[in-house]
Ligand binder design. Sequence first.
Ligand SMILES: Cc1ncc(COP(=O)(O)O)c(C=O)c1O
Length: 374
Amino acid sequence: MTNPRDLAPPYIRAIAPYQPGKPIADVARELGLEPDQIIKLASNENPLGVSPKAYLAMQDALEDIARYPDGNSFALRDAVCAKYGLKPEQLVFGNGSNDILELAARAFLTPGTEAVYSQHAFAVYALVTQAVGAEGIAVAAKDFGHDLGAILAAVTPLTRMIFIANPNNPTGTLLEKEALLAFMRQMPRQILVVLDEAYDEYLPPALKSESFRWLEEFENLIISRTFSKAYGLAGLRVGFGVATSDVADMMNRVRQPFNVNSVAQAAAVASLADDDFVERSYALNQAGMLQMTQGFNKLGLSYIPSFGNFVSFRIGNAMGVYRRLLEHGVIVRPIANYEMPDYLRVSIGLHDENARFLEALKNILSEEKLRKES
Ligand SMILES: Cc1ncc(COP(=O)(O)O)c(C=O)c1O
């Protein structure tokens, strides 16, 4: 009998599964720790939790849970349009923004076509490209960031899509809006550019691209946003894509009719109305980033300056340190699968969580030093 795996096409068999952050429950079980002793700084989640307004909206939405959600996300569409001055037909809603990336790939890529992204860029670009049998082209990064010139040079007659993460995860690098705009102007119009702005809410206002306005000039642009980060709704899975109405129409055709659940829709609407929560999340992240980077400086560790809610730092024996941190009840993220085996990525947490992580790291480093000396 053939192995059932062989029934899948070779491009599916070749997919390396996504490696998520280790859940608290797994670490508790494996290391015999109490879950409340463990801090997770591994998945770029919002340490403040969720907006109290969203929490109430979720409770209300539970009353109607026996019904299918609104497949058109009418109220959420309305709220996003009002906030950003967009037209309803420009929007696509997703089960997280990962869903938006996947819908873009499914609508526009086929076997025999190519999608281009940067080395060290968010892993899902390669996954969604491979899943539809297209060829993923990874372009060497420059100083851990996107090399826009090299990406342009990688375009071939087979290229249909470019993925750009701004800021990028796991490197935290940011492209200047002028550079991105110049890049868009040079990009042939038959190539779609997916601009992933999952961390946009963490940018200081002067550094935001305000890319929604660019859609007036570029019909080949898709922008993705998420409620998983600054809005604190990672567990509910909701994000959205913004494009011209024609592009959005194609993506909506491959979308499952009820891909965004009703509780997520209600929470997202309420979150959009809670600017105070997003401002608090931003301020906490700014302070926490300073605390982390000052901590790294004190420990003599180098890090990649980051514009997200996480930072990647360079460390010898990264996997060993990762495991030792787990024993201290601190979960961070190894990023060897991003071709960064000498780095770990830590998400910015609450002040005390950041302090606990830095303290554990300090202890582990002095133990390692002692071990080397002995
Ligand atoms: C750059 C980037 N894009 C997209 C996502 C996907 O987030 P979600 O599917 O939760 O919206 C993430 C999550 O870590 C990310 O880092």
